[in-house]
Design a protein around this ligand. Structure first.
Ligand SMILES: [Cu+2]
Length: 416
């Protein structure tokens, strides 16, 4: 079933942005509680994931009657130059706008997650990103060395939680678009990754289920622990980025998360994805992930680091693993340094018929970048930044990628 969401959202998004009429703005809302339990909102990441409690809350916070709302978003204008024979250059924009709302209801907490992106405007084939694989631009050929755009509707989910006892609660999260309980907090919501304008090449081993069309998650929180499990549509979004592709909830996942102190969060999760890839519908996938995030806060600064592992085991073909270590350091109120190291086994770098088709190659990538926030206009922070990337890979790929390709991006960012 396809729902044409384009027209609905076109009318909805401006309404959300301007609906903040008589409201109370507060950068720090004391006691703003999470959607899934009575802890600080700063613990909640994307979908039902957790981050360290000491992660700074971003965005515009407001209260309006019984509602507490948070509006968060960014838009990047990026010049991208990926090196070597398979590289390419392109200017494009990535973005997301997210509204969260919460209110007390019938003895519990009711919440809404709504998130949209203008990335479909960049075109179905996305942007150049060496060694990136996953999804398709035309329904026939997989994207290789390119990152797909995210869909217009990224999340539309409602939540409800009820306390069982002090420190313990149960919750539900459900919607036509959302994120199942699988993997770490998604890269675009993870503080250690937020300043980096490019998608990780490990995305489809860790957090690629973040845009899922049909999710129901139930969870239990006990003090610093959370257990959540999901039934969801396992198929990745297709090349039509403006629609909502509902299918049966044929896939399952479960996750255990532990925040042992205010500065740490760790999770392990596993899922069975039914027919995730449109171009290989007969293949199911088991995905296992584990991650740990550390945040070092200090007044006006923070330093957050995420270490993550993911493994994909397809029902046909060979299993592959991915490792990610990324860190971002807020040096001053206007300067952030960030970096990411990845290692991932890729077997989708060649199309059928190519001599190296189907072989798995271990790819390593290192990126380092910097962003300078040079102005604040009302609630919008404007920044300018850049990053550079280098790679290591087996010599068998030299003829295809060149022996030492390097890539860079220059970007301007507006962020709420
Ligand atoms: Cu994604």
């Amino acid at each position: 079933m396809r729902l044409r969401a384009r027209h609905l959202l076109r009318s909805l998004v401006p309404a959300l942005v301007v609906s903040h009429g008589p409201l109370v703005l507060a950068q720090e809302v004391p006691g703003m509680s999470g959607l899934y339990g009575r802890y600080d909102m700063s613990r909640e990441g994307s979908g039902t994931s957790w981050e360290p409690d000491s992660t700074p809350l971003e965005g515009i916070h407001a209260t309006q009657g019984a509602w507490m709302t948070m509006l968060h978003g960014f838009a990047d204008a990026i010049y991208d130059n990926q090196g070597g024979p398979r590289g390419n250059s392109q200017t494009f924009s990535t973005s997301m706008l997210m509204l969260m709302a919460r209110r007390e209801l019938a003895g519990g907490a009711f919440g809404v997650h709504l998130m949209v992106s203008a990335e479909p405007l960049m075109g179905a084939s996305g942007y150049p990103l060496l060694f990136q694989t996953g999804e398709t631009a035309d329904g026939r050929v997989p994207l290789i060395d390119r990152q797909h755009p995210h869909n217009l509707l990224m999340e539309a989910a409602a939540t409800y939680s009820r306390d069982l006892a002090p420190g313990s609660s149960v919750f539900l999260y459900a919607g036509p678009a959302g994120e199942p309980a699988l993997g770490p907090t998604t890269f675009m919501h993870r503080l250690s990754a937020e300043d980096n304008p490019e998608a990780p090449i490990t995305h489809h081993w860790l957090d690629s289920t973040h845009v899922t069309y049909g999710v129901v998650t139930a969870g239990y929180v006990w003090r610093q622990f959370k257990l959540d499990a999901s039934a969801f549509n396992g198929r990745e979004p297709d090349q039509h980025r403006y629609d909502v592709e509902l299918r049966p909830l044929d896939s399952y996942s479960a996750r255990v998360t532990w925040n042992p102190s205010r500065d740490w969060s760790a999770q392990v999760s596993a899922g069975r994805l039914a027919s995730p890839e449109q171009l290989e519908p007969g293949i199911d996938m088991r995905r296992t992930t584990a991650s740990v995030t550390y945040n070092a806060p200090s007044p006006g600064q923070w330093w957050q680091t995420t270490f993550a592992f993911g493994r994909n085991s397809p029902s046909q073909g060979t299993a592959s693993s991915a490792w990610l270590l990324e860190s971002a350091l807020k040096l001053t109120s206007s300067q952030t340094l960030f970096g990411r190291a990845e290692r991932v086994g890729k077997d989708e770098l060649f199309l059928p018929g190519a001599p190296l088709y189907g072989q798995t190659f271990e790819i390593e990538k290192l990126s380092l970048g910097y962003i300078f926030d040079f102005a604040q206009v009302s609630a919008v922070n404007l920044g300018v930044g850049g990053l550079a990337s280098a790679y290591a890979f087996p010599a068998a790929l030299d003829a295809t990628y060149g022996s030492h390709p390097t890539s860079y991006m220059l970007f301007v960012r507006a962020r709420l």
